[in-house]
Design a protein around this ligand. Sequence first.
Ligand code: ARG
Length: 449
Amino acid sequence: MAKLWDKGTNSHTEATQLIENFTVGKDRELDVWLAPFDVLGSVAHIRMLESIGLLDTTELTQLVVALADIYQAAQSGNFIIEAGIEDVHSQVEMMLTQKLGDVGKKIHSGRSRNDQVLLDLKLYMRHEIKEVVQLTTALFEQLMQLSDQHKNTLLPGYTHLQVAMPSSFGLWFGAYAESLTDDLLLLQAVYRIANQNPLGSAAGYGSSFPLDRQMTTDLLGFERLNYNVVYAQMGRGKVEKNVAFALGAIGGSLAKMAMDVCLYMNQNFGFITFPDHLTTGSSIMPHKKNPDVFELIRAKGNKLQALSNEILMITANLPSGYHRDLQLIKENFLPAFADLKACLQIATYMFQHIQIKEDILKSEKYKYLFSVEEVNKQVLAGTPFREAYKNVGLAIDAGNFDPDQSIAHTHIGSIGNPGNQQVQQKMQHIVQSFDFASVTQALDRLWEL
Ligand code: ARG
């Protein structure tokens, strides 16, 4: 099958096939993920071409109608990249040319697959980040609800994994909720980096056509342009790396949370449990209730944290300009969003069913959690801190430390006053500032001629 770049002079068919298999790699499967976005980019590009006189109105209309069909197919999972076609960009152009003849061959004026794939990736990231934000918000809400509900249920706090000070389920759930707020703050920064239009940079050096790059920026609802065409192309790999880092931040919160869950479910802790049908059994040990869901969240969360490093290694020593190396980033980057979304969904579901043990601190082994409480009580009664510390330490050594287990933590962020309302407000503000609505509005208008 002819390539977009085939000039019809090649007679080395066997060698060509060998090279094609190696260079195309997994692109035929992976580029299907980009297909709807490739079509959206093409609609914006041809509308702009018409505005500068490189297509006439009839041609534009024909192309938009045909692209709408392809978009439909891509949306409903009926878009394939045929054997012998290199990538999504070639497939779409081939389909248009088969349907419309020479008009199909006109759409590539003033662009290159280099800015096309970059654009597709950015539109894909924007779309996926929106879903990640929605699912992160749902998990956040679930955690906040649990934090409020179990505000007064105490839990041992650990340092060095040794019993340290009283904590609470309110603080524990709320901590992971607040962690997600910072992760979304980071995600917002990279979203805004991604939300800049590279189209018109073509192969990486612009075009001699008078392209109206602001027009495609507005049509696609980008916040602004990547102005400098060389920088626009340099964004390939850099944007994915930054976005991967932010996805990894959410992955990190999930992985740490999952580790806590596995630990707290362990019989020696026994702080939490889940209904039997949400745990997994063993093929040999009949008593087993294993936390496989959280083990996999932990592993996937850690794997997500590795992704930005992988991209860093692929791109670290590349000079400016396009390089085929960049194609490989898609292999782990595109599926990462689905992995993260699955983790967020299952974590939310599991937390809807979590069971909490009450009265954990009644056990003798946790009495030393109250040592600082005891010291503080003496301080409030007038003893200097270091002296009170010594008194309590000596009582512990002598085996006659018998603390009063009432606690009164009142400052902001502490057991009695975790600041959940403030955390809610912070999250609300972050989510609102993503401004997904202006993207939706632009994309709704994109098809209106
Ligand atoms: N599949 C390629 C990629 O992902 C598309 C761009 C190809 N450009 C090129 N000059 N070979 O990078």
